[in-house]
Design a protein around this ligand. Structure first.
Ligand code: PLP
Length: 389
């Protein structure tokens, strides 16, 4: 039987993740320094792991409510209120999910009808477009540029909005650029969303990893709470990628719609991770801030190192990525990443994996030790020097 012919054309139309491809190649090679994956190099703080172990000792091994443990939903709502002064009802407006990944998938599936358009500033996280397509929607990329610090403007959005536009999907601090949006500019986007009656999906998974200025929660902007689907999780700030735990906050009817899909497809997020997430929110701030301070030091190291070898490099303000321009080398981002991996064994992700406007850049994750980063910088410098010979 030819299984390839049986696969849904929607699935076939989606390219495999450009990040995973390089990760897989690098995993096969010896001596590679990987700046490829966006994953903290820290182990989840011990007190968080311990709370999970205690939970297991107490026999917490069953399903939870589809919405998630009420205790966790209460902590999430309290945390959002403490940070941003936005109020959510933990019983009806919070859904605990299997990572932000599931929350994103549920959000677009619950929102979109076939052909609905979603404006997505680019470069962007690789899953955004794929999830929209899988939900039957049509992603509409909004290119951003280094010259404008990778910020999206209302003028650009106005040019691309149509009667079919249903939502705007944003992610700040941004993966892969590390860009943030100042509050005034986000407020202008909020007015645009209101004017065109759009829903805003705001992926704020890197909110706690903001190094310059403070993070603006999109739902905290005037009139935006009831127009926003706010997504966040534990993977990045608490070094909990493998626990698979995230959440969505929104209008109760919409959360119920997301939960309708979730209850049939996922049932609930793992109880072990939910118990640990309660501990993370209650007592994890100090450890988290220490990790953030460490990332900040690495950010400075990478910026100085990459600029020092002559690459034009935007100073990232959040997340743990840096996105140097490699246009000057005359190579495409894929050629650059392939040659660098082959000759110097450093894995980076070609910028085009994050959309067309990512071409001419590569993404380096600095969620790696200072020693690794220093060695990687030396290798990249050697590579650039050879290109210039
Ligand atoms: N959103 C962004 C912007 C990400 O970079 C990632 C992971 O890299 C995710 C969502 C997925 O996060 P989670 O581990 O919570 O599913």
């Amino acid at each position: 039987m030819n299984w390839a012919e049986r696969i849904s054309p929607v699935v076939t139309s989606i390219p495999p993740s450009g990040i995973r491809r390089f990760f897989d190649i690098a995993a096969e090679m010896k001596g590679v320094i990987s700046l490829g994956v966006g994953e903290p190099d820290f182990v989840t703080p011990w007190h968080i792991r311990e709370s999970c172990v205690h939970g297991l000792h107490r026999g917490y091994t069953a399903y939870t409510s589809n919405y998630g443990l009420l205790e966790l939903r209460e902590e999430i709502a309290r945390n959002i209120y403490n940070n941003y002064k936005v109020t959510y009802d933990p019983r009806r407006e919070v859904l605990v999910t299997v990572g932000v990944s599931e929350a994103l998938d549920l959000a677009v599936r619950a929102l979109l009808s076939p052909g609905d358009q979603v404006l997505i500033p680019e470069p962007c996280y690789v899953s955004y477009k794929a999830c929209v397509i899988l939900a039957g929607g049509q992603p509409v990329p909004v290119p951003t540029a280094l010259e404008n610090e990778f910020r999206v403007t209302v003028e650009q959005l106005e040019k691309l909005v149509t009667p079919r536009t249903k939502a705007l999907l944003i992610g700040y601090p941004n993966n892969p650029t590390g860009a943030i949006m100042p509050m005034q500019e986000l407020a202008a986007i909020a007015r645009f969303a209101k004017k065109h009656d759009l829903i805003v999906i705001s992926d704020e998974i890197y909110a706690d990893l903001t190094y310059q200025g403070s993070h603006t929660c999109f739902a905290s902007l005037p009139d935006m709470r009831d127009r926003t689907i706010l997504l966040n999780g534990f993977s990045k700030a608490y070094a909990m990628t493998g626990w698979r735990i995230g959440y969505a906050l929104s209008n109760p009817d919409f959360i119920a719609a997301m939960n309708k899909i979730h209850q049939y497809t996922m049932l609930c997020a793992p109880i072990t991770a939910q118990v640990a997430a309660v501990e993370a929110l209650r007592h994890g701030k100090d450890k988290m801030e220490k990790m953030v301070a460490e990332y900040n030091g690495r950010r400075h190291l990478m910026l100085k190192g990459l600029r020092g070898m002559g690459l034009t490099c935007f100073e990232p303000k959040g997340a743990f990525y840096i996105f140097p321009s490699i246009r000057e080398t005359g190579l495409t981002s894929v050629q650059f990443a392939e040659e660098l991996l082959k000759t110097e064994k450093v894995a980076v992700v070609p910028g085009d994996a994050f959309g067309e406007s990512g071409e001419g850049f590569v993404r380096c994750s600095y969620a790696s030790s200072i020693n690794n980063l220093t060695e990687a910088l030396e290798r990249i410098e050697r590579f650039i020097k050879r290109l210039n010979e």
